[in-house]
Structure formats: C-alpha cells, structure tokens
Ligand binder design. Sequence first.
Ligand SMILES: [Cu+2]
Length: 135
Amino acid sequence: MKFFNSAVAIISLVLTFSASAHISLKQSTPAQEAMLMKSPEQLSLTFGGEVRLAKVIIKDEKNKSINFDFKPSSTPSTDFSWSLPSLPQGTYTVKWIALGGDGHKMTDTFRFMVHKSESQKMMQEQSNTHSKHNH
Ligand SMILES: [Cu+2]
C-alpha cells in the first residue's frame, strides 16, 4: 500500500509536469525570427492552452523596453494581441511570462527584426545592402 501511494504520487507529479510542458507558445505575430520590411502593427501570441499572461516585454537591441498597452490578464485565454507603436529598424526581443491553470510559471523569448522603413526602402534597394547583412 505504501508503495502504491508513492507510485501514485510520482505518476501525478509526472502528469502535472507534462501537462504544464504542453502549454507553450504555438504561434506569434511577428513570428519567431521574422524579418519585417516595416513596423508590425500588432503583437499577437497564441498559446497551446489557456494561460494568464503575467508579463510581456519587448526590448530593442539596446535593451530599452518598448511601451505598448500590455496589461496582465485576469482571465485565462489562449489568444492575446496588442497594438504596437511604430518601431524603428532593429532587432527586437519579446519576453513573455505566463501562468498555467495549475499556477505553473512559464517563460520564453523570441526575436524578430524590423528592416528598413518604407521611406528608406528605395535607398535600400538601390544600394542593395541586404546581401551584406550578417543574419
Ligand atoms: Cu536581412
């Protein structure tokens, strides 16, 4: 009986872990490693299960936070989106912190790039510097 109890405890622990691990970021806009030719209008996150978002931070390559209208979610959901301010050319890192139904905390980061703005695009095409990029 004692063995049975600890076996059950271990099994439920394993199940809890795998259930939490299954909730992950399924899709985002901009996508991970996206190379955009203009500033994205929105940031959207889609999770594989319902989560409460505790924090979403966007930082530029100088580690400066971008202000947008993020508010922690009070009700669990799978889809979130916010409008973004106009982002200058650069590489951005999105960090999110989410809580699963069991209170398990999950966090991850992804990157996207904003290339030349529309007005700079013609100059970009003339000088054809894209091949000199090192990413
Ligand atoms: Cu490039």
